[in-house]
Write a protein that binds this ligand. Sequence first.
Ligand code: C2E
Ligand code: MG
Ligand code: MG
Length: 663
Amino acid sequence: MSYLSEMSFRRGIGLMLVVLSILAGGTWMIVRLTTGHLLDEYVKATARDWAQFLAGNVTDLREIAAGEQPSAASMAFFLATRKSDQVFRYVIFNRDGYSQLIVDHDKIAVVDLSEHSPEAVRAIALGQPVVDIKRDRSPAFPAIFAEAYVPAMVGNRPVAVVAAYVDQAEASRIIYSTFLLAAVSLCLLTALAFAIPAIAWYKRTREKQQADHRIRFLAHHDALTGLANRARLIERLESALAVLPSRGGWIALHFIDLDHFKEVNDTLGHDGGDFLLNAVGQRLNTMTRIEDLVARLGGDEFIVVQTGLSTKEQAEDFARRMKSMLGATLHFKEQEIRPCVTIGVALAPADGATPERLLKSADLALYNGKAAGRNCIRFFSPEMDAAQHARLRLEKIIRDAVAANRFELHYQPLFEMNGRRLVGFEALVRLPDPDDGLIPPAAFIPMAEEMRLIDKIGEWALREACRTAAAWPKTLTVAVNLSSAQFDSGELPRVVAAALKETGLEAHRLELEITESLLLRNNEKNMTQLHELKAMGASIVMDDFGTGYSSLSYLWRFPFDKIKIDRSFMQGLGSSGHDAETVVKTIIALGRELRMRVTVEGVETADQVDFLYDADADQVQGFYFGRPVPASEIAPALLKAARDTAAPQTKEPGSKTRLKFVS
Ligand code: C2E
Ligand code: MG
Ligand code: MG
C-alpha cells in the first residue's frame, strides 16, 4: 500500500473513532439531562400532591397556623399519613412563614421555637405551590427529597402553608437506573450500528491493504526466493549508477548461474530444484552487506550488486568467496547436492553506465565462462562483446538458412592408396554467408547443435548427399558426417532408411562418420542405433581418430568399418621427431588387425603421400588429391574413370602402385 493510502486509511479510522465518541458522549448527555428533568418533574409533582392532599384534608389548618393544637381528626390523619414511606415530614407554617407544627416519623409536635421559611413566604405571596428539590449528604435526610410548600386558601386568602417533605431517593434510584440501562443499551446499539459496518469496512480495507502490499512486494520480488526481481534490480542499479560519478569507486555486478541445474531438476524433481534455488538465495543473502543487492532473474540466474568498492580486487575476492560458499554441499531428502556455479562479473562505470548495459556485460562474461567449461569466474572484457555480436549474427544466418534451405554440400574425393582409383567422396556442409563466401562447418555446427537445429541440417545433408551419390558410378561411396546430437532423438536409423529409400542409393554406398564424442557417453541408445545402421548395410566410420583421450578403447566397443586418422597427424609429420609417423603406422597396423580399413585425412604434400605409401594406408583424402567442391564441379573425367574401373580392386600385398594422381 502506498504511503498516501496508508495515511487516508488511518485518517478514516480516526474519524470513525471521533464520530463514535461524539455519539456515545452525546447520547449519554441527553439521557442525563432527560432523566434529571423527568426526576425533578416527578419529585415536584409528588411533593405538591402530598402537600395539597394534606392541605385538603386538614380542616383546622388556620387554627394550627395560629398556634393551636390540632384537632383529634387532624391528629388521626397525621398519624395515618406519617406511616407513608415517601413523606417523612410535614410542616405547617403560618401566613408569615413561621413553622407551627411538625409531623415526622417519630413525633407530632407544635413548634416551640418557630423557624422562618422564605419558601413558605413565597408560596403565600404567589398564592401557588413552591417546590424545591434538595440533595443532602447528611444522614438525617434522604439523599434526594422534595419540599413542596402549598398555600392553604380560605376563599381567596391564604391562611397557612403546608410543607410536605417527600423522600425521592428510591424513585430517583429507579429512574436513574432505568434510564442508565436504557442509555447504556442505546449507546451499545449505536456503537454496534456503527461498529458492524465499521469493522466490516476495516476488515475489507485491511485485506485490501494486505493484498496491495503483497502485489507491491511481488511486483518487486521473486515469489520463490523472496529476493529482488529484475524490476527492483534495475531500479536499484539505476539509483546506484546515478550517484556513482559523484561518489567515485566501483560497482560490481556478479551474474551467477548454476551449472547443470536442469540435472538437479531432472533427478530430484522440482521440489529439489526449488530447494536448491532457495538455498542459493539464502547463502547469497548471508554473504552480502545491507547496502548490496541480491536478485533472482528467473530460472537459475542470480545477481549480486556490490556497491561502494574502492578497488576491482574487492570484486574478485568477493566472487571467489561467493563461488566457494555456494559450492558447499547441501542435503535434500537424504540426497547430496554439490552446487556448482559460473560467475560473470561486470564493473561499473567501465563495463556499463546503464543497468541494461552492465547486465549485458556481466551476461557476456558469464556466457564466456560457460563456454570455457563452466564452474569458473569470468570478468567482462570488450572482446566478449564483439564475439557476442558475431555469435548473434551467425545464429541469425543459421536460422535463416534452415528456414530457406540455404545450405550447400561440397564433396572431397577419397582415393585408394593402392592405385589411382577414386573410391568415393566425403560430403561436407557449407553455410553461405549473406555478405560473402562460405562459413565452414566448424564455425557453425556447434552453434547449430546448441540451437537444436542440427537434426534438420543433418537430415538435409544426408538426403542431399544420397541424392547426389545416386547419380555417380555405383563403385563410388559417399561419406556423411553425423553429429552426436543427431542420435538424441533415437530416430536416426529411420531418417537414414528414409533417405536411402527416397534417393534409391544402395546402403553399402553410404558411409556414416561419427566421432568419439558419441561413444564418450557410452549410451545404450546410441549403440543400438549404430548397430541398426550397420545392419542396414551402411558403413560406420570412426572419424578424426587419434584426437580424443582414449581413442583406442573405442575401437573395440563397436565393429567400425573404417578408421579415419585425424589430419593433425599429417601436419605433425616430420615436425616432432618420428612420433607422428610411429603413431600413424601403429594405427594402420591396428586397423589391419581389427579388419578395419584406415583412411588418412589431410594429405597435402607429396612427401606425406610417400610416407603413407610406405606405411601401407588403405585410403587417402586431402588437398593433395582434391579439395572439397560442389557436386557440379566434380571433374567429369574423375567420374568417368571411376565408371571405367567399375570392377572392384583389392589390395594385394607386394603389388603396390605408386599413386601419382593429382586433382
Ligand atoms: P571432417 O569430417 O574430419 O572433415 C574433413 C575436414 O578436413 C574438412 O573440413 C575438410 O575440408 C578438411 N580437409 C580435407 N583435406 C584437408 C587437407 O589436406 N588439409 C586441411 N588442412 N584440411 C583438409 P571442413 O569441411 O571444414 O569440415 C570440418 C568438420 O566439420 C568435418 O571434419 C566434420 O567433422 C564437420 N562436418 C562437415 N560437414 C558436416 C555435416 O554435414 N554434418 C556434421 N555433423 N558435421 C560436418
Ligand atoms: Mg568426416
Ligand atoms: Mg575428420
